[in-house]
Ligand binder design. Structure first.
Ligand code: MN
Length: 259
């Protein structure tokens, strides 16, 4: 089995190499990741600048590694279309330092990378630990191995996109594992203004998020010390609004036609 590993924390992030080391035990591992931190760039691609890739000395022996001057999405596409000698069987993004919950999946570079793997037809997994310091990798690593084995054994479908968040706890401190839906954890952006001597500049800062704890959501699961596994797809259509607008749409058409 061949596994492509990437992330949005950059090529030298510890979580990336922890994942490479663990998966190396069962698979041929390729690491292709951004050359610097790209958290928050979502699934964006560099379409207006050239993208460069350089081979790097792997931190785990026997792994082929490249750093990419671009986004996580760029790294995935470059890896699959150009850099890797052979076809890979799955993609893992992470292990991210920090949670990716609820609406975060729309701006997360970790999930963005997994989304590009999914678009390319690969079973793709985004892995995060819900903390920023003193990370405990054991649980997400074991889970990553287990899922890779299940993909290899065809116990999971190839059309697979999972967003996994692990509380930063030892295995025996966990209360369980929940298959969840996306919940709500909303940030208030704050714009801080400064002056560099020539011009104004702005920093977009994110204050502490507000948590909505609905049972069965990813937000609820990690708050209750459970691993959250959210199956995703790329359809973000709102069924409620669609039903509401279906009625209104006919009226709009008549207004457009001047009747
Ligand atoms: Mn990140």
């Amino acid at each position: 089995m061949r596994i492509l590993i990437t992330n949005d924390d950059g090529i030298y992030a510890p979580g990336l190499w922890e994942l490479a080391r663990a998966l190396k035990e069962m698979a041929e591992v390729f690491v292709v990741a951004p050359d610097r931190e790209q958290s928050g760039v979502g699934s964006s691609l560099s379409l207006h600048v050239p993208v460069r890739a350089s081979p790097v000395t792997p931190l785990v022996k026997g792994v082929t590694a490249y750093s990419v001057e671009g986004t996580p999405g760029d790294a995935v596409i470059l890896a699959l279309k150009k850099l890797l000698p052979e076809k890979v069987d799955m993609l893992m993004a992470g292990i991210n330092s920090g949670a990716n919950l609820g609406p975060d999946v729309l701006i997360s570079g970790t999930v963005g990378a997994a989304l590009h793997g999914y678009f390319q037809g690969l079973p793709s997994i985004a892995l995060s630990i819900t903390d920023l310091e003193n990370l405990r990798y054991e649980t997400p690593l074991r889970l990553a191995l287990l899922i890779a084995q299940e993909v290899e054994a065809a116990a999971l479908p190839k059309r697979l996109l999972l967003n996994i968040n692990c509380p930063n706890l030892p295995l025996d401190g966990l209360e369980g594992l929940e298959v969840t839906r996306l919940g709500q954890r909303n940030y208030q952006e704050v714009v801080q203004e400064g002056h560099d001597g020539r011009r104004k500049y702005y920093w977009l800062l994110r204050s502490d998020p507000q948590w909505v704890l609905e049972e069965g959501s990813d937000v609820w699961a990690v708050r209750n010390n459970r691993i959250s596994v959210t199956p995703l797809h790329s359809d973000i259509t709102s069924p409620d609004l669609r039903a509401l607008l279906e009625g209104l749409g006919q009226g709009w058409l008549q207004v457009l036609r001047g009747r």
